[in-house]
Design a protein around this ligand. Sequence first.
Ligand code: NAI
Length: 381
Amino acid sequence: MLEIIGILGGGAMGRGIAQVALQNNKSVIVYDVMPNAAEIIIKHLTATFDFLMAKDKITNDQKNEYLGNLKIVDSMQKLADCDLIIEAIIEDLQLKKTVFNDLSKVLKSAAIVCSNTSSFSLTAIASAYKDPSRCLGLHFFNPAPVMPLVEIIPAYQTDPLLVEQLKAEMTQWKKTPVVAKDTPGFIVNRIARPFYSEALRIYEENLATKEDIDLAMRQIGGFKMGPFELMDFIGHDVNFSVTNSVWQATFYDPKYKPSLSQQKLVEAGFLGRKSNRGFYTYGADSNVQNLESTPMEKLKPIFDRIITVLINEAYDALYWQLADPEDIELAMTKGVNYPKGLLAWGKEIGLENIKSRMDALHNAYKEERYRCSQYLSRYSG
Ligand code: NAI
């Protein structure tokens, strides 16, 4: 039984994961290096539980029980009794490896040691721990208490039994676990790339405005937000760095090449909603338009192009067996709220249509970026 959960890093993700574990009646120990960590983390979680109480989601007794099961510690040694460790420190590979190496001196041999990394190789992180077979990726989505998806990513060295054990544990935590290969971006952050990159490409080529691209994806596709709204919401620093890391980690596959216009926003500090300016402007000078008057004939080709490249990417993930088809569908609907699974969406549109649209893009641009997945080339006919 995994009773005592240790969390390294009490930032946005670490706190969210702590909340999930507490609400599943676990004892939680958080270790963070920031000064006043205890004060800050307890304040945050108390405010969260107060909010849930005000909404009648939890009782006062539950709140007290959860906070009673939470310990914030000031040294890694105090994680010694943990059954499951979830590392959620800043995204820095060298630092993560140092932390895994340090944990080697602290943890019992039966401990399961996970990283919440969004972009690094679990195989590389696990190699820093005394027994890499006990390490794997456990990737929550932001905000962790709200998003059901958790990607479980075995490293090259991981004992396969741990994957099953974590799947059962995450199901108990009322999460939706999927298993992903240890490849750049895992499932969600890889398959979702064209949602942003194709939108940016259409915008940079001046084939459509950002407003029309957003509208096309919302109105025709049923996505909750268009690509530009969503990038502004996520933050361009975060979104750009995920794209950049997937691109670099795939040995610069042109499919994932980052966009210059997004890089400019990052350089300018126009990071999106959090800085009141990204592609759109927010606050008093807001230029967010809700005009829904663009004719359908203009929106349809925009939607067709973006959904085609997305579906191609999902079938490519299937071709390379990055995950089971059911997990690919769950990942996109439960991790990033897509209105439908992309594999099913492809069948609805017709795989031969997706293939011929990809081939048309490839012929028009003569760029590797638009190569059709082998899956579609082989099986769509
Ligand atoms: P954050 O910056 O909010 O929090 C990181 C925390 O780690 C800070 O409180 C910092 O003081 C602490 N920390 C730094 N070095 C430490 C060390 N050596 N030992 C203990 N604590 C240390 O970062 P955030 O957003 O919570 O991300 C954490 C991890 O989760 C990263 O690996 C990130 O890639 C991943 N992730 C982030 C998502 C997001 O949307 N923010 C989504 C999914 C994964």
